[in-house]
Write a protein that binds this ligand. Structure first.
Ligand code: GAL
Length: 957
């Protein structure tokens, strides 16, 4: 008979110390044990041989790994990605016999000062999934809870020189059942290992209580400390005994005004640096309030991720994340789905973000088995759950940025969650509790949902949702996940924001998610699920962030920034009125400077500052815009107004743009018609002004001497992840439905080519095999000598119900025409429901820069509302004017090539620049996980007429 090994017990481990408050700095010594460690990987966990832990063991033949780090990213084994499913049989608490096991070894000397009086602790900030430890051959204990700290007392075992620390890490443990987050499975000692000197009388656990009373403008300070001492806050003239309290006028902490007071906790043996923020979080009158006011989350879900180092992040990367968030108007982070590196929260305090700190807990894979055996509903696991709750709360309780505790993610329901909530409430009554997975809200102070549609969110906002509201009707509502940022998208963010700004109860949400988890790969660019030969995987569902893996903002982030901007402009550019609203929750506008410019066809002809009063939050003002004397009524003109930072901040320099808007002043003049030239036929060739056609096919072959693949009707786009939709919503799986209908293989049947003395008219019927649905198309060409005009008339035939991916023409130019300029929205891509961030202007960039590098290639790069576009080869060029405006896409591969590619390196430029000039474009939506394209953004197959005027450009500008 064999007993279960320790790592197959639901209990959290043995030998570690009680959790306590984290702090960044003190005068006690610490020794980092990070660096290069000896490493040996075994395919199984059942080796009884622990001789490697003894002093004198010769590990010189072992490999080496960097600690902190994941061994699977250092050439030992491979990462694996699953979303919901466990990559092993569901047999809790047992795990596979094939359980990769990493033995880690390092030797170190201890500075004399450290081995003086007092204690020495060995601290692990994060090990996936469990560890067993030995120091100098003596076993210290074991632990689970990958993203949580564990400390061991080791002083008695230390010697000055040649200490041997041995750590055996198993990839799988009972703890893995509690860590089924949607991310890569990546074992290893992935956060720091530190030796901490604890001098006699040094600081133990401590709890800073610093509520703020907005009615009196005072804060209370009281620090509970296991070791008595004093709290010094020089700026407030405070020298307070621990346990005592002071009531003093202070400036409060908010995410908008992250006011921190430098302080020290001084005990007989240590001085710990603190930064104290005064603020009070309550749920009151059905609203989540900070310092007496309703707050609005403009949030993101953040996993810890780096394309090279996985969940091992350095401080610079953490700061970069937060700086990028602040620069994009994001004011909140949910630490999905585990407590982040502790320093991250310190940075949130400093830079100002509301944080939902989430416990390292997800058991989603039990849903696959009808939730049978779910640990959160099995009392044998409750100690492990409580251990996780305590390790999070004790570590992070002193951060003003943390405003909600979250019990975990997607664990179903059960008594273990209630036990966690009870414990947390008792320990920290000062923070409300969040959990999304239990609609009864029995353990929570907020009603939270993920991916509720705009329609349902509106019902919730109005208290009209019928799904048994009960108790939860009195709770504030938030979307802990929405706007699934997978691939191109998410669409429909504006509609959510409107609801958050309309219904008091809807206090915002957190876009899923911050960054694509694409792992750097030598051949594939960035790898996703399946790229490591996993038996089970969920493909590129792991790439669903607002940042690309290398932290370049995606168009989704740029769009989100615009949608959530904290200052709103409305107005009438023709009447010259401008309405400005301050949408901050706490701040006035004095930190911003405002300016205007008057632009004529993309060129600013006048500009100046705008005097805006320092409005209180929620207040508006009406101003006048006077057209400058330079106004030219024959060309399109508009106003651009902006709010920029008036001063440098820790996250962006003065001048950084926070909000903007544009208002038309003079409408676009109508295009002059291009007619009058008589077509000339020579054999199969017809010339019409600058254009030449093959009259057998009716196709344009040459334009001003440039060989072209003539424009033809095109309705296909390389499906986006949102077009593909999700398995649970077949209706929204447009990519499949489009393909079933055959929109990816339309046949063009010519019905006739007709030549009159002013026009070339080509009629065709565009339809897929096996269907009687079709689009009847008439191409009508005319010219005025210099320019040639195409008028497209499209009439659907048959009972179309599916929206079209796009409706326009596709044409090819020689590859040399690689420089684009346009007047329209830009500089980035836009689609009907991701259209807010693109601004009207004149943009110039190489075709190669017009693509958006989604990790899994898909439709991208369209520019909206383009009035005209030009493509040049250095000398000559082609100009295209739209009637009306069009969607402009230029790339070096076809939609078919784009659709076939799995990774970016699959896309190889051909000898053509392919243009899509679209009259209509289907929206993007968020159906990869969430609602599909809203009705108003669906591209219905209906009668349409649109045109383009083409003209060669002779001279280089
Ligand atoms: C949610 C889950 C996230 C992620 C997301 C889809 O259900 O909480 O972890 O899986 O869906 O990307």
């Amino acid at each position: 008979m064999s007993t279960a090994p320790w790592y197959e017990e639901p209990s959290p481990g043995t030998g570690s110390l009680e959790p306590r408050a984290w702090f960044a700095a003190s005068d006690a010594r610490r020794l980092s044990l990070d660096g290069t460690w000896r490493f040996r990987l075994s395919p199984r966990a059942d080796s009884e041989d622990t001789s490697f832990a003894a002093s004198g063991y010769d590990a010189s033949g072992w490999a080496e790994v960097a600690v902190p780090g994941h061994w699977v990213l250092q050439g030992h084994g491979s990462p694996a990605y699953t979303n919901v499913r466990y990559p092993f049989p569901v047999d809790p608490p047992r795990v596979p016999t094939e359980n990769p096991t990493g033995d880690h070894l390092r030797t170190f000397d201890v500075p004399d000062a450290m081995s003086a009086d007092g204690e020495v602790l060995l601290r692990f900030d994060g090990v996936e999934s469990c560890a067993r430890l030995w120091l100098n051959g003596t076993e210290l204990g074991t632990f689970m809870g990958s993203r949580l700290p564990h400390e061991f007392e080791v002083g008695a075992l230390l010697r000055p020189r040649g200490n041997v620390l041995a750590v055996r890490v198993h990839q799988w443990s009972a703890g893995s059942y509690l860590e089924d987050q949607d991310q890569w499975w990546m074992p290893g000692i992935f956060r720091e290992v530190t030796l901490l000197h604890r001098p006699p009388g040094s600081v133990g656990d401590f709890f800073v209580h610093s509520p703020y009373d907005h009615r009196t403008g005072r804060g209370t300070l009281r620090v509970e400390s296991a070791v008595p001492g004093r709290v010094l806050v020089p700026e407030l003239g405070l020298d307070l005994a621990t346990g005592g309290s002071a009531l003093i006028p202070v400036e409060p902490w908010t995410a908008e005004t992250p006011r921190l007071y430098a302080a020290e906790l001084v005990t007989p043996g240590e001085r710990v640096a603190l930064r104290i923020g005064f603020r009070t979080v309550v749920v009151e009158d059905g609203l989540l309030k900070v310092n007496g006011r309703r707050i609005l989350f403009r949030g993101v879900n953040r996993h810890e991720f780096h394309p090279e180092t996985g969940r091992t992040l350095d401080l610079a990367t953490m700061r970069e994340d937060l700086v990028l968030m602040k620069r994009h108007n994001i004011n909140a982070v949910r630490t999905s789905h585990y407590p982040p590196h502790p320093a991250f929260l310190e940075l949130c305090d400093e830079l100002g973000l509301w944080v939902i700190d989430e416990c390292d807990l997800e058991t989603h894979g039990f849903e696959e088995v009808g939730w049978r055996g779910n640990p959160v509903d099995d009392p044998r696991w409750t100690p492990a759950l409580l251990d996780r709750a305590a390790r999070m709360v004790e570590r992070d309780k002193n951060h003003p940025s943390v405003v909600l505790w979250s019990l975990g993610n997607e664990c179903g329901t059960g008594q273990g969650l209630s036990a966690m909530a009870d414990w947390i409430r008792d320990r920290d009554p000062g923070r409300p509790i969040h959990y999304e997975g239990d609609r009864s809200c029995r353990d929570t102070d907020v009603y939270s949902r993920m991916y509720a549609s705009q329609e349902e969110t509106a019902l919730i906002g109005r208290h009209e949702d019928t799904d048994g509201p009960g108790e939860r009707a009195r709770l504030p509502f938030l979307l802990c996940e929405y706007g699934h940022a997978m691939g191109n998208g998410p669409g429909g963010l504006t509609e959510y924001q409107d609801l958050f700004e309309t219904y008091e109860r809807c206090q915002g949400g957190f876009v899923w998610e911050w960054i694509d988890h694409g792992l750097a790969h030598p051949e594939l660019g960035h790898a996703y699920g399946g790229d490591f030969g996993e038996e089970l995987h969920d493909g590129n569902f792991v790439c669903d962030g607002l940042l690309f893996p290398d932290r370049t903002p995606s168009p989704g982030l740029v769009e989100y920034k615009k949608v959530i901007e904290p200052v709103r402009f409305a107005g009438d550019g023709t009447a010259g009125t401008l309405h400005i609203t301050n949408c901050h929750d706490f701040r006035g506008l004095s930190h911003l400077a405002f300016d205007w410019s008057y632009e004529v066809e993309g060129k600013a002809v006048a500009s100046g500052p705008l005097a805006v009063p320092d409005l209180a939050p929620g207040r508006s003002v009406e101003l006048r815009l006077d057209p400058p004397p330079v106004a030219d009524a024959s060309r399109e003109a508009y106003w651009t107004v902006r709010a920029v930072l008036a001063h440098d901040t820790p996250w962006a320099p003065r001048g950084h743009e926070v909000a903007w808007s544009q208002f038309p002043a003079v409408p676009r003049p109508a295009l002059t018609p291009a007619t009058g030239t008589v077509p000339v036929r020579q054999g199969h060739r017809v010339t019409l002004g600058p254009a030449a056609f093959d009259c057998r096919t009716g196709l344009l072959t040459e334009l001003g001497g440039i060989p072209v693949d003539g424009p033809r009707l095109d309705v296909w786009r390389a499906p986006t992840d949102n077009d593909a939709g999700a398995s649970w919503a077949p209706e929204e799986q447009y990519a499949r439905r489009w393909r079933e209908l055959g929109l990816d293989r339309m046949q063009h049947r010519r019905y006739g080519v007709e030549l009159t003395n002013s026009h070339l008219v080509v009629r065709s019927r565009v339809a897929p095999a096996a269907s009687d649905l079709a689009l009847r198309v008439t191409y009508t060409w005319s010219a005025d000598g210099e320019r040639v005009r195409l008028t497209m008339s499209v009439t659907p035939e048959g009972p179309w119900t599916l929206p079209l991916p796009r409706l326009g023409v596709r044409m090819g130019l020689p590859g040399a025409y690689g420089q684009a300029e346009w007047f329209g929205a830009g500089p980035g891509e836009a689609y009907p429901d991701t259209r807010r961030a693109a601004r009207l202007g004149r943009w110039n960039m190489p075709v190669d820069a017009m693509r958006t590098p989604y990790v899994r290639p898909q439709e991208n790069g369209a520019r909206a509302e383009v009035r005209w576009a030009e493509l040049r080869d250095g000398q000559r060029g082609l100009r295209i004017e739209g009637d009306p405006e069009f969607w402009f896409t230029a790339r070096r591969w076809t939609s078919e090539e784009l659709a076939a590619a799995r990774h970016l390196p699959d896309l190889v430029p051909g000898d053509r620049v392919w243009l899509n000039l679209d009259h209509g474009m289907h929206g993007i939506g968020s159906a990869s996980c969430g609602p599909g394209v809203l009705t108003e953004y669906r591209l219905r197959a209906e009668k349409a007429e649109f045109g383009f005027v083409f003209g060669p450009l002779a001279v280089t500008r």
